[in-house]
Write a protein that binds this ligand. Structure first.
Ligand code: GZL
Ligand code: ZN
Length: 330
């Protein structure tokens, strides 16, 4: 009998869940969850993985199988198919690519295994999976654009963009959101936009090639995650190009990891748009509700804002302080 029917019958579980106790499977066994994780490409991803390992614990009633798919789309599809073969109770997917999920989601549905899409978006119709918990990259991109417009206050912008992984919704959304704002400013020019694959090496390589082509022509660099920003900073340092509130180049980043926010506090990164990796508790809540046959949110966006360097006041972001940095959850 598949999980969904079992859960509907499990009034005992419902009572336990309502009292906020940990939901155990009907037979008292641990709830087996397979998480097909993007990889280990960034500090953000490391924080997200740690959050799942800290949340889907045995004492919370779970047995977590987390597969690091190393940013390899084929490996991720294989990991999900293995979860189906292993008859996991639930499958969580943080999709490396937005496209190409219909077939394997149908296989999970045919096997009666609920699927939760986490962190990133996919192109498949929402009827192909059971719930979604993640972040809004388009809004993040718009926030970066709105802050830049406020900061420039009408000045020209010649912009270089280091995008995230090709085909990832986080990159697609941030690009679309930022470009939607850029298009409303006829004195903004996006000189170039290339993928740094959300890694520090990628950010450095792309920035080095940008410097070869555009040195002296750009005054804004947008990095779609902190690790790319660290690489871009290394490349600009090596070329003697200054950035940050006391430099020639305005530097924008995403992810608000601890080191990324330290650079904001130090004035090296002007604006860092938050993307919150702490999502596992929300996903666990959805699974516990499913176990209890209870209502649950089909779509949940995790909270996110933005932070700017000391001395900058903004309608779109919070001015960074040491206290904020010390109080961050990751
Ligand atoms: C965003 C997440 C992105 C981060 C990167 O939701 O998917 O993937 O911005 C990570 O650091 O690689
Ligand atoms: Zn690797």
């Amino acid at each position: 009998m598949n999980k969904k029917i079992l859960a509907a019958l499990g009034c005992g579980i419902a009572a336990a869940a309502m009292m906020g106790m940990t939901a155990m499977a009907e037979d008292g066994e641990l709830i087996r969850v397979g998480y097909a994780q993007v990889g280990h490409e960034s500090d953000w991803r490391t924080a997200n993985t740690q959050n799942y390992q800290d949340t889907f614990t045995e004492e919370n009633g779970f047995e977590l199988s987390l597969i690091d798919c190393d940013n390899d789309n084929a490996a991720q599809l294989e990991a999900v198919r293995n979860f189906i073969t292993q008859e996991m109770d639930y499958i969580i997917i943080a999709p490396i690519q937005s496209a190409g999920w219909d077939t394997v989601l149908q296989e999970a549905m045919d096997a009666g295994i609920p699927v939760i899409i986490a962190d990133r978006e996919i192109e498949s119709d929402a009827s192909m999976y059971d719930a979604w918990v993640g972040t809004d990259p388009t809004k993040e991109g718009e926030t970066a654009g709105n802050w830049l417009a406020e900061y420039l206050d009408g000045a020209d912008a010649n912009i270089l963009v280091i995008e995230g992984s090709v085909g990832a919704s986080a990159a697609i959304g941030r690009t679309n959101g930022f470009n939607a704002v850029a298009e409303t400013h006829d004195n903004w020019t996006i000189l170039d936009s290339q993928s740094g694959d959300f890694t520090q090496d990628g950010g450095q390589e792309v920035m080095e090639s940008f410097i070869k082509s555009y040195e002296g022509q750009f005054n804004v660099v947008v990095c779609q995650n902190d690790n790319e920003a660290y690489g871009a900073m290394d490349a600009m340092d090596a070329a003697g190009i200054t950035y940050g509130v006391d430099g020639d180049v305005i530097l924008i980043s995403f992810d608000t990891t601890h080191d990324g926010l330290q650079y904001v506090l130090d004035g090296k990164i002007h604006c860092n748009v938050e993307c919150n990796p702490i999502q596992a508790e929300t996903v666990m809540g959805v699974i516990n509700a499913m176990e209890a046959g209870e209502e649950y949110e089909a779509v949940t966006y995790v909270e996110e804002g933005a932070f700017v360097a000391p001395g900058i006041e903004s309608e779109f972001a919070t001015t960074m302080t040491q206290e904020i940095l010390d109080g961050r959850p990751y």
